[in-house]
Design a protein. Structure first.
Length: 378
């Protein structure tokens, strides 16, 4: 036996191509872990989480008609909003965290960002990776685990919240202000199934729990945008490899154009995608090995989840010039003479009253909640 027998001989040429390095310009590919990540104690992350818990609870109190600044002792009513919302965000971030741990990629704990308690009370949460997953398969697992974990929590939250929500005639809340939330294919379908009404013929006044679920779906589709190092960018790169560049640019042009069609917030996202997130995704060390059949199927299902949760116009201000139609609780509603009769909608959950018709007058519906944020399906 020779002297060198059994010794390890390193391979001079790696079995994969050299990953693309960052380059100048707006479309550069940034590598994971390009900047050192400062190690923080668990108390650091816990402190930010508790601060976010307070601000989201205050926001939930506002949605329930309680001013948390003048009545702080009554702020507990906001838990019906903050607890499900933070559960969705925690599931999302820990989905990434545990997938990264599984593939031996160091990751920070989720860092929550509090916000003024005006609408949500948080700017979201994120984790940072200390390195790049070496293969497209590992990258897919890390990128897709978060949205799927968050979606699995958001769906029952939406279902429970819709059952607690109120249905009003389409014109009953006109001119009262508030904020109208957009719809998606998934939210529209859940509204039909759970509330038993035609979403095109009713206004849904969301319970705070349903509002938390709506924001969970909102966060899911924003993270699944197929651009850069967003979760959707990870999935698209893992599925298509370097062809993701064309997809990212096409979708960037689409969302820029959508800013002219209804929601100007898309332009803010274009700015962030162009100068912060960047459009292109950095290559993994093994950029050539494709996904296996199971992961490829899951990747297409993740893209389908993006389509089902996508909201072209997430937020809109209501029309202020519409007439307000008051419906007294003790007498039938009578529409003005110059207006068509009010639409008749099925009873809650589609069940007729005992001994009555299958359709009931709209004035029999429950009164709206005190929250000034509503979701009109149109």
């Amino acid at each position: 036996m020779s002297e060198d027998a059994g010794r390890f001989s390193p391979t001079l040429d790696p079995p994969w191509n050299e990953p693309v390095r960052p380059r100048g310009g707006l479309f550069d590919r940034r590598t994971f872990g390009a900047r050192p990540i400062r190690e923080r104690s668990r108390n650091w992350y816990l402190g930010w989480f508790l601060a976010t818990f307070v601000t989201t609870t205050m926001a939930g109190a506002v949605h329930s008609g309680v001013d948390p600044f003048t009545r702080p002792w009554a702020m507990g009513v906001g838990l019906s909003f903050s607890v499900p919302l933070l559960a969705i965000l925690l599931a999302h971030e820990f989905g990434h965290y545990f997938a990264a741990k599984f593939h031996d990629v160091r990751a920070t704990l989720p860092l929550f960002i509090p916000a003024p308690p005006l609408l949500v009370g948080t700017f979201g949460a994120f984790i940072r990776l200390h390195g790049m997953p070496r293969t497209r398969r590992a990258l897919f697992d890390v990128g897709a685990a978060g949205p799927w974990a968050g979606l699995l929590v958001a769906l029952p939250v939406v279902a429970i919240g819709l059952r607690l929500s109120r249905v009003m005639p389409l014109d009953a809340t006109a001119g009262r202000g508030g904020l109208e939330l957009g719809t998606s294919i998934l939210f529209d379908w859940l509204s039909r199934r759970i509330l038993g009404v035609d979403p095109n013929q009713a206004t849904i006044l969301l319970h705070p729990t349903a509002l938390a679920g709506w924001f969970g779906l909102f966060v899911t589709f924003l993270n699944l945008l197929p651009v850069g190092q967003l979760d959707g960018g990870h999935v698209v790169y893992a599925l298509f490899g370097r062809r993701h560049q064309r997809i990212a640019r096409i979708f960037f042009a689409v969302i820029f154009a959508m800013g002219f069609l209804g929601w100007q917030g898309w332009w803010l996202w274009c700015f962030l995608l162009l100068f912060v997130v960047r459009l292109d995704h950095p290559d993994t060390m093994d950029a050539d090995t494709p996904l296996d059949p199971v992961r490829r199927l899951l990747a297409w299902l993740t893209i389908a989840a993006f389509v089902l949760t996508f909201m072209p116009v997430p937020l809109t201000a209501p029309q202020e010039d519409e007439a307000v139609l008051e419906i007294p609780s003790g007498e039938p509603a009578r529409p003005p003479a110059d207006r068509a009769p009010l639409p008749r909608v099925p009873a809650p959950h589609g069940q007729p009253e005992p001994g009555g018709p299958a359709l009931q007058p709209v004035h029999h519906l429950p009164p709206p909640p005190r929250a000034d944020v509503r979701r009109r399906i149109a």
